[in-house]
Design a protein around this ligand. Structure first.
Ligand SMILES: [Zn+2]
Length: 295
C-alpha cells in the first residue's frame, strides 16, 4: 500500500517532497549552506543559527507531508500523523524525540475520540542507520516499542475502545506500523498511553495550564491481534488514496504472523540493543506544577 500524504505546510510555488531521492536532494542543499559556516565572520555567525532553522524549514519541513494513519471508527475523521521528514529518513526528529502527548498528528485531523497513537517500526533486516543526530536534536538514539505491531490490552479492553492499525513505508525500506486508539467516552488522563516512538507521555494537566502531567511506558504488549479483530476491537485501513476505508472482516486481516522483534529495542551508534518486553504495571504518573503567574 502506498502512503497517503497531506502537505498542510507547503508554501505556494514550492514542490512537495514525495520520494527519498527528493528528500536527499533537499538535504544536500541544506548541508551546502551549513558547510559555509566556517567561512563566516563572527557577526555573521551570530545570525547563522536563525538562518539554519529558516532554511531547514523552507527546504525540508514545509515540503514534507503528514501521513494518514487512521480513520476514526466513530466520526470517520482521517487522522494524519506528524511524521513529516521522518517518513523519508530515521535520522529526523520524529524518531528521536523523547516524549509527546501520544496525539502527534496534524491538529486539524484530530477528533475528540482519538486517545493515542502508538506503533512499531520494522527494520526489514536492514542495518540500522549509523548516524542519528536529527536537526538540533538533544538525543541520538531511537527507542521503539517493537518491530511487530501490537495492541495494549489495558486500553483496548475498555468499553467501546477500538484500535486502528495501518502500515507506512518509511525511508522506502522500513515499515512503520501505527496503532491508533479511539474511544467514544473520555478516558481519564491518569490512564494515559505512551505515543509512537516515545519513551514518555507529557501533556498539560487537563484544565490547569501551569501543571505538566508525565509518565513512562509500562504497558504490556499483545502481539496476538486476530482475537481482537474477531471481537471487532481492532480495525485496519484498506484501499488506495481514493478508496481508503476501515476494514474489519477477519479473513482479510493482513497483520497476523509478522515475524520480527516482539520486544522494545533501541538504535544507537549503528547498533541495536534489545530490551525485555514490558510487564503489566499501572502507568506511573507524575505532576509537576510551576509557580502561578501573578498579574
Ligand atoms: Zn472521531
Amino acid at each position: 500500500m502506498n502512503n497517503i500524504y497531506l502537505y498542510p505546510h507547503l508554501h505556494s510555488g514550492d514542490k512537495p517532497i514525495e520520494t527519498v531521492t527528493e528528500y536527499e536532494e533537499a538535504l544536500a542543499e541544506y548541508k551546502k549552506f551549513e558547510s559555509t559556516k566556517s567561512s563566516l565572520s563572527k557577526e555573521e555567525q551570530m545570525d547563522f543559527w536563525k538562518k539554519e532553522i529558516e532554511l531547514r524549514g523552507k527546504l525540508i519541513y514545509s515540503r514534507s507531508p503528514v501521513v494518514l494513519v487512521a480513520i476514526c471508527p466513530f466520526c470517520d475523521k482521517k487522522v494524519y500523523a506528524n511524521l513529516k521528514s521522518g517518513v523519508f529518513s530515521l535520522d529526523e526528529n520524529f524518531w528521536l524525540l523523547d516524549y509527546d502527548d501520544a496525539k502527534n498528528a496534524y491538529y486539524e485531523t484530530i477528533c475528540t475520540h482519538l486517545f493515542a497513537i502508538d506503533g512499531a517500526l520494522h527494520l526489514q533486516n536492514n542495518p540500522p542507520p549509523v548516524e542519528l543526530k536529527g536537526f538540533k536534536s538533544m538525543r541520538f538514539k531511537i527507542t521503539m516499542a517493537s518491530e511487530v505491531p501490537f495492541s495494549k490490552p489495558r486500553i483496548l479492553n475498555k468499553e467501546g475502545v477500538i484500535a486502528v492499525i495501518h502500515s507506512i513505508s518509511i525511508a522506502e525500506k522500513y515499515i512503520g506500523y501505527s496503532v491508533s486508539y479511539f474511544s467514544p467516552n473520555k478516558i481519564s488522563q491518569n490512564e494515559f498511553c505512551i505515543g509512537w516512538a516515545r519513551q514518555e507521555y507529557v501533556d498539560h494537566l487537563d484544565g490547569i495550564s501551569n501543571a505538566t502531567f508525565s509518565g513512562k511506558r509500562s504497558d504490556k504488549h499483545d502481539y496476538e491481534l486476530l482475537p481482537w479483530v474477531k471481537k471487532e476491537k481492532l480495525f485496519w485501513l484498506e484501499g488506495n488514496v481514493d478508496t481508503i476505508h476501515l476494514a474489519k472482516h477477519e479473513k482479510n486481516f493482513p497483520y497476523s504472523n509478522i515475524q520480527g522483534r516482539k520486544h522494545p529495542y533501541a538504535i544507537e551508534n549503528g547498533k541495536i540493543t534489545n530490551y525485555p518486553d514490558p510487564k503489566e504495571t499501572p502507568p506511573k504518573t507524575e505532576i509537576e506544577t510551576f509557580m502561578p503567574s501573578i498579574g
